[in-house]
Design a binder for this molecule. Structure first.
Ligand SMILES: *Cc1c(COP(=O)(O)O)cnc(C)c1O
Length: 387
């Protein structure tokens, strides 16, 4: 276990031991159904209420604005599809080319069903053109969905500005904040965001629990029909241990927001500086000034990201190339392609994503092991040789 150097926290995170401890009794002794009439089940309901408050505190919203879901993907689907069925005459969805597949796939499926999907592009830094977004919004626009922070590059979009723009135009705005929650401060009370998604396993809770925040007064048609759970907004018996775990994880995330922005940011910056100083022909992808504090996406020209990963794996170093969801295909990342990263560089991109569990020794270790790997692969590369 200790031999693993885990720098793939945008893919998933370690469950915090305090979170695990909090949820364990609800996997063993307290197995009641919160909807039951008896005290045994009822006591579980109290814990769910507490978890809802803990999540609301992290987001700066009201507990009744929180809907527990099964994952970030479900939250995104529910937000988009649940809004469309409220305004069936509006047939346009606006999003971006760099969204996670959990937004892009439902949008592309909608396109098959006659919807018009506007996918906004980004510039070389991964930055959106707000004027383009504003002019894309029309009478026909049902929803705008733009991610808070990009999972591959860490680039943070000006979500508050976009939310205000949408509000002024009377269009529902949703943001996929799966990568932002727990890493940067959020305060929904002071914002014009209508809906926001987050996922437990990206912030040190287990897999299989997510949240959809829905601002009071925002109309949304329930997309999972069943029992009366979640105030009739999402049927299905609650994932009690997951909900309790997520509540605890949000409480802890609040305590660590400062650490993320200082210590974790410094570790990421150190890793970046060391790699740039020791490796040739590499470049950082994404707007360095508007980036999550934990994420470093870096391209090594003329070599394959997968080969770098395999060689780092021998040293127990975990990172990712492109996006975990698209790996297995030979296509370079859709995010880097949208940014116009040259083909040779997009193929050799690596994402390091840190967490509060990383240490300076780990950063030093990676910075020491990486340059010989890059040099070795370049020696073997037919593309580098032609240079
Ligand atoms: C991981 C991720 C998701 C999907 O969340 P799941 O809980 O794994 O379904 C959605 N959006 C972004 C930006 C992500 O990083």
């Amino acid at each position: 276990m200790n031999s693993v150097i885990y720098m793939d926290n945008n893919a998933t995170t370690r469950v915090d031991p305090e979170v695990l401890q909090e949820m364990m009794p609800y996997l063993s002794d307290y197995y009641g159904n919160p909807s039951s009439m008896h005290t045994f089940g009822g006591q579980v309901g109290g814990k769910i209420r507490k978890a809802r408050q803990q999540v609301a505190a992290l987001l700066g919203c009201e507990p009744d604005e929180i809907i527990f879901t099964s994952c970030g993907t479900e939250s995104n689907n529910a937000a988009i599809l649940g809004t469309l069925s409220i305004v069936p005459h509006k047939r346009t969805v606006i999003t971006t080319r760099v969204e996670h597949p959990a937004v892009l796939s439902p949008c592309r499926s909608l396109e098959q069903h006659g919807y018009r999907i506007v996918e906004l592009s980004v510039d070389k830094q991964g930055v959106l053109d707000l004027a383009e977004l504003e002019s894309a919004i029309t009478e026909d626009t049902a929803i705008v969905s733009v991610m808070y922070a990009n999972n591959e590059t860490g680039v943070i979009f000006p979500i508050e500005k976009i939310a205000s723009m949408c509000k002024a135009k009377g269009v529902t705005f949703h943001t996929d904040a799966v990568q932002a929650a727990g890493k940067i401060p959020l305060n929904l009370k002071l914002s014009n965001i209508d809906m926001l998604s987050l996922s437990g396993h990206k912030l040190h809770a287990p897999k299989g629990i997510g949240v959809l925040y829905v601002r009071r007064g925002t109309r949304l048609s329930p997309y999972l029909l069943g029992g009366h759970q979640e105030n009739n907004r999402r049927g299905g018996t609650e994932n009690v241990p997951g909900i309790i775990a997520l509540g605890k994880a949000c409480e802890i995330a609040m305590r660590y927001l400062d650490d993320e922005n200082t210590r974790v940011r410094a570790l990421r910056d150190k890793l970046e500086a060391q790699i740039l100083a020791t490796c040739t022909d590499c470049m950082v992808n994404g707007d360095a000034d508007n980036r999550l504090p934990n994420t470093l996406n870096i391209s090594f020209e003329y070599i394959e990201g997968e080969s770098i990963l395999m060689m780092m794996d021998r040293f127990g170093i975990c990172a990712s190339s492109g996006s975990a969801c698209t790996s297995g295909s030979l296509e370079p990342s859709h995010v880097l392609r949208a940014m116009g990263v040259p083909f040779t560089a997009a193929h050799g991109s690596i994402r390091f994503s840190l967490s509060r569990y990383n240490t300076e020794q780990e950063v030093d270790y990676v910075a020491e092991k990486l340059p010989p790997i890059i040099n070795r692969l370049r020696e073997l590369s037919p593309f580098a040789a032609k240079k």
